[in-house]
Design a protein around this ligand. Sequence first.
Ligand SMILES: Cc1cc2nc3c(=O)[nH]c(=O)nc-3n(C[C@H](O)[C@H](O)[C@H](O)COP(=O)(O)OP(=O)(O)OC[C@H]3O[C@@H](n4cnc5c(N)ncnc54)[C@H](O)[C@@H]3O)c2cc1C
Length: 281
Amino acid sequence: MPSQLLELYLPKAAEIQEVIEENSQIKTFVLAFVDPEYNDGFSYEPGQFLMVSVPHCGEAPISISSTPVNRGTVHLSVRRAGKLTEAMHDMHKGDVLALRGPYGRPFPMASLVGRDLLFVAGGIGLAPLRSVINTCLATGHERSITILYGSRTPSDIAFKADLQAWGQRDNVSCQLTVDRAEPGWDGAVGLVTALLGHCTLAPHETKALLCGPPMMIRAVLGQLADRGFADQDIITTMERHMKCAVGICRHCHMDDKLVCKDGPVFTLEELKQLNVMELQG
Ligand SMILES: Cc1cc2nc3c(=O)[nH]c(=O)nc-3n(C[C@H](O)[C@H](O)[C@H](O)COP(=O)(O)OP(=O)(O)OC[C@H]3O[C@@H](n4cnc5c(N)ncnc54)[C@H](O)[C@@H]3O)c2cc1C
């Protein structure tokens, strides 16, 4: 194999600095590359992902959930799903895993400047949006930011510390909903689309960013279109199983587009050119 191609697949060792337990299924790993020079030079943009590997457990794409404004560490928020993510959940501070990347087309951050922002997320879907939200806040976004976040139950609400910090900002409104209440929960119960129904939005002045399970995406896309949002103002991320992450294996194709290189971030305008299940009723 030519050395340039080999380099593409060569992961770098990264040490876990801290593990934040977001809920029983999601942990945020704060990581720093073991090579200090590489760590200092490492940069990424909100919406990009890393390929994470643990020996004998395979490799999987995980979105970067931290903001590039805070250099020195990178956050990966990981939901238990299978072999690799289970292995990660058993790891602790000081353990080492392997990362390659960053990969993928990021969110179009420049286009968010001067616009109201609507973030709609379900479950682990808040991970890539957390990177965008914290970047906007760190760079002085002055227009209004509305965050709608849906979880299965109150115990499943992840990123509680972030939600609390965001809610304290003058220009940020954070609204939570759960599918199923538990004793002590006096917040909203129902789908995130119900929260959206109660929001006052100016579609021509707002960019909407969504990330969550396909059913949520489908419902929110429909509602935003009904509210008069233009297709290019609705931005979402697509998830497909992938192997190489660099556009070679084509495992993650959606028609002639690849989630790893053309995405994972797409506008609704772009998705409408493709045959994707998330848009099918
Ligand atoms: C761009 C991108 C960003 C992502 N970001 C995050 C993130 O920030 N946090 C996070 O927790 N997850 C994220 N994911 C999802 C994560 O990569 C997957 O859940 C991954 O499969 C976990 O690996 P695993 O080995 O733990 O589980 P796996 O063993 O891969 O199993 C996970 C689930 O996928 C099913 N599955 C396995 N292989 C296939 C296949 N070939 N086709 C269909 N189904 C299959 C399994 O049955 C199981 O239900 C992201 C995915 C993409 C594409």
